[in-house]
Design a protein around this ligand. Sequence first.
Ligand code: FES
Ligand code: FE2
Length: 352
Amino acid sequence: MRIAPATWQDEAAFYDAARPFWYPVARSVDVSTGSTKATTLLGEDLVIWRTADGQAAVADNLCAHRGTMLSGGTVTASGNLQCPYHGWEYDTAGICRRIPQRPEGTPIPTKARVASYPVKEQAGLIWTCLAGEDGAVRDVPECPYFEDEDWYFHVGTPSEWECQASRMVENFLDVSHFGIVHPDTFGNPEVEIVEPYDVSTAADMLSIDAKVPYLAQDPWGEPEPGHTMATVQVDYQYKCELPFTAWIQGLTAGEGYMLYISASPVTANRTTVFWAFGTPSSLAVSDDEIERREQAVFEPDRVIVEGQRPEWLPLDLTAELQMRFDALGVAFRKALEHHGFPRIAFLRKPTN
Ligand code: FES
Ligand SMILES: [Fe+2]
């Protein structure tokens, strides 16, 4: 079987559709006061820095003078980002405020500036929108309970996936692989049938809800007498916030938990997965334990998703098989297409 690659036109269409949304570009803790960080979002190289008064800023990682990467520079006491080559200084709006080679008082050319982008900090993450605040289709998706004093959240180590963000998020919304892909964690190999579940998509197609009951394996619990594994009945409350943020609240008879993810498209085929895991504070699960458990859940998903072809999630619903239990993924594909994400043509030969 041969799969036609996505073309540069497809890539441009993907970037155009993805641009008017907010994406996380770093964890807040990873950009400390006075530090800089290089990142890439939708194929654009960016620099993030934090001023002495705690404000985070995001701009193009490209000095207007000689194309030097500003992320190699330093943050001045006044909060400017100083280029590592000739020391030009840019403020948080991207405007050059100082050219050290020129006598004091000489006007600075208006072209001496770099594009800057709006910043919000929410759910322990630094978010930006390349289309600017006014160009954004929607606000940063909320993480329920994050500000709730009775909940504790661990903002996890971001992981790099060699896949399209759409593929990653669809996997997060896939409810029929648990027992097969996750038998070492929550997946229950004895539960194969997916009971019918309802999916509702908001009128603006910016959010999708579903509730899926599941008898999960509880690898950290004690099995009942006569059973080889501990199980727990969970209602998975799903929410997808288009395009690439989603969360699952695991509602149990006990305390429950919240897993929030946002897949940030580095390029059309590469994704950084930001995530936060919350539990009621009374459970007192350590950061290390949360990190270990969640990475053990994500890792087998990453291996599957990185191998999926075509690398681009097919939005043409006839391109793959859609089952009743794929309803959540189907709603996600429809919503992406509604918001202008491109279909790609690829060859798929049925086998005899
Ligand atoms: S290249 Fe940045 S100041 Fe010259
Ligand atoms: Fe999974």
